[in-house]
Design a protein around this ligand. Structure first.
Ligand SMILES: NC(=O)c1ccc[n+]([C@@H]2O[C@H](COP(=O)([O-])OP(=O)(O)OC[C@H]3O[C@@H](n4cnc5c(N)ncnc54)[C@H](O)[C@@H]3O)[C@@H](O)[C@H]2O)c1
Length: 329
């Protein structure tokens, strides 16, 4: 039996594929390479270039590889882009997501680990954010993910589909083999390192008058390797008959934008010039997970998510791959 990883050529997907493969699992990747990289997946791992909305392709893959579980990463994932082009997000993440889950069910697949997000909470009523916090997204990206969470819960009731919806906070860091290579890049950590590398002259900091100690927004960063491990534990949970659930993947500890920049200066030994700009609409002051449920249900504990480790790993990867996967050295 094998695990189908959709979006396995993307950032978090590729690290999860790497770790599943290292554990001796049979893994198959489906990715349209719109935002992923063929070089992010080792050559010996079965790879299908195509879209998750292609039911025939999914049926063929499921039969050929005897798929019994799926980790569904594939999605468009930029908040700003989703505000400007909502239809793309609903078509790609929801319409194709519905087709994908339908094809998996038709093929007899009953175990799904799904990439959800803290963006489903919108402006949270309470921080640290527990899984029981009301979900009211503030952008189409968040809605597209919340819709898929609801779909999974309905398919559990109707069809016995068992799922784990993992609500990630901010993924960051790299393994020796795989790292973050997005174009355009909207995440703080890679952008800080781009400036440290001299690829960009200055880092924009959006807002410094938030109600936080240094005035910049606070986020909960999780090392991508820790996230990958949580997916492996979630698969084990489902395989051993565990119930469907919704879990935050965060550390419970937040870093402000200025704290991340200061740490990057220390780790890289380079200057990181900044320019303060206006706040971005819909950017909450503080997003930090209440992370105890994932520890309780999956026995998951982040081991590499301290900011220095995150930055060191990502800095090493960036120096080896200054042009991302286009420049493997
Ligand atoms: N990066 C984060 O901090 C973060 C936080 C919360 C949630 N997430 C979620 O985690 C998942 C992975 O995020 P990432 O940062 O690795 O993103 P990514 O863009 O690097 O990876 C997504 C992959 O999915 C592929 N893809 C997209 N739509 C597809 C489709 N219709 N068919 C086939 N392939 C498709 C892309 O080509 C890409 O390789 C996403 O679902 C995202 O919403 C990410």
């Amino acid at each position: 039996m094998a695990i189908l990883v959709s979006g396995g050529a993307g950032y978090i997907g590729s690290v999860t594929v790497e770790r599943l493969h290292a554990k001796g699992e049979r893994v198959v990747v489906l990715d349209d390479l719109f935002r992923g990289h063929r070089g992010a997946v080792e050559l010996g791992i079965p790879f299908h270039k195509g879209s998750v909305g292609d039911r025939e392709l999914v049926a063929r893959i499921a039969a050929e590889h005897k798929i019994d579980a799926c980790v569904h990463f594939a999605a468009l994932a930029y908040v700003g882009e989703s505000v400007a082009q909502p239809a793309r997000y609903f078509e790609n993440n929801v319409e194709q997501g519905v087709a994908f889950m339908g094809a998996l069910l038709a093929a007899g697949v009953r175990r799904v680990v799904f990439s959800s997000t803290c963006a489903t909470y919108g402006e949270p009523e309470q921080v640290p954010i527990p899984e029981t916090c009301p979900q009211w997204p503030v952008n189409p990206y968040g809605w597209s993910k919340l819709f898929m969470e609801r779909l999974l819960a309905s398919y559990d009731v109707a069809h016995g589909l068992k799922f784990m919806a993992l609500r990630y906070f901010n993924a960051a860091g790299a393994t020796e083999r795989n790292g973050e290579d997005h174009e355009p890049e909207s995440h703080l950590v890679p952008n800080v390192l781009n400036v440290a590398l001299g690829q960009r002259p200055v880092l924009s900091v959006f807002g410094n008058r938030y109600p936080t100690p240094d005035g910049t927004p606070i986020r909960d960063y999780v090392h991508v390797g820790d996230l990958a491990d949580a997916h492996i534990l979630a698969l084990e949970h489902l395989r051993s008959g565990g119930d469907s659930d919704f879990l935050n993947l965060g550390t419970g500890h937040g870093y402000s934008v200025l704290e991340v920049i200061e740490c990057a200066r220390r780790v890289t030994g380079h200057a990181v010039p900044i320019r303060i700009e206006g706040p971005r609409p819909g950017d909450p002051a503080r997003l930090v997970a209440d992370a105890v449920k994932a520890q309780r249900v999956l026995h998951w504990k982040p081991v590499a998510s301290e900011m220095t480790s995150i930055l060191q790993s990502q800095w090493e990867w960036r120096r080896k791959h200054p042009q991302g996967y286009g420049s493997v050295q």
